[in-house]
Design a protein around this ligand. Structure first.
Ligand code: AMP
Length: 210
């Protein structure tokens, strides 16, 4: 199973990707998590990406395509994977197609900007493994501690209200056209994002025929 999760920042892609990854037994590839890790480790890619990310802009396509190509070549991707946060532009989607990488389904998690803006203040991310939480909708068992790896949770710099606004603008301009791209390929499934996490998961599984 090769799956893409589309949706605005804060729609719940990361949370659903983690749940689906466990249920389906395939890895999640999150370009955002890979980039945050690269920044933490001060790699060349991290240095290139940091300013774009801090400003809520997209990292250039060639950087993203390079990262994803390398990651998909790893043996754990042989049976399939879930892409979370990639592709985010038409050229990224075309690059995947051009490399003969085709998908079984593209799930778009639909949610209004107003709801997103309210949600983002409660979002927390693990500094160790990148797992995502929300202080009310998806709290960790112990406050500020990751359930998965015990790492400390932090607020993402790009979740500041002003940055969220520019990320939403970028989403509508650059990423939303992908819905049409994948609808034409007959792959698009629309899911309501403004509902409890497990209901959204059920809707996704139903849309995948599971
Ligand atoms: P995310 O964790 O998916 O919200 O990604 C955080 C940030 O990383 C985004 O706002 C972008 O700056 C960058 N990023 C992640 N994935 C991509 C992508 N596929 N294309 C361009 N930039 C990306």
């Amino acid at each position: 199973m090769k799956l893409i999760l589309l949706g605005a920042p804060g729609a719940g892609k990361g949370t659903q990707a983690e749940i689906l990854s466990k249920k389906l037994g395939i890895p999640t590839i999150s370009t955002g998590n890979i980039l945050r890790e690269a920044i933490k480790n001060q790699t060349e890619t991290g240095l290139k990406a940091k300013a774009f990310m801090d400003n809520g802009q997209l990292v250039p396509d060639d950087v993203i395509i390079g990262i994803v190509e390398e990651r998909l070549a790893q043996p754990d991707c042989a049976e399939g994977y879930i892409l979370d946060g990639m592709p985010r532009t038409i050229p990224q989607a075309e690059a995947l197609e051009a490399r003969g990488i085709h998908f079984d389904a593209v799930v778009s998690i639909e949610i209004l900007d107003e709801v997103i803006e309210g949600r983002m203040t409660g979002r927390r991310v693990c500094t160790g493994c990148g797992a995502s939480y929300h202080i009310t909708a998806h709290p960790p068992k112990t406050e500020n501690v990751c359930d998965v790896c015990g790492g400390a949770l932090s607020i993402r710099k790009d979740d500041a209200p002003e940055t969220v606004k520019s990320r939403l603008q970028v989403f509508h301009a650059e990423t939303e056209p992908l819905k049409d791209f994948y609808a034409k390929l007959g792959l698009l499934k629309l899911i309501e994002g403004n509902q409890p996490i497990d209901s959204a998961t059920q809707d996704i599984l139903k849309a995948l025929g599971m």
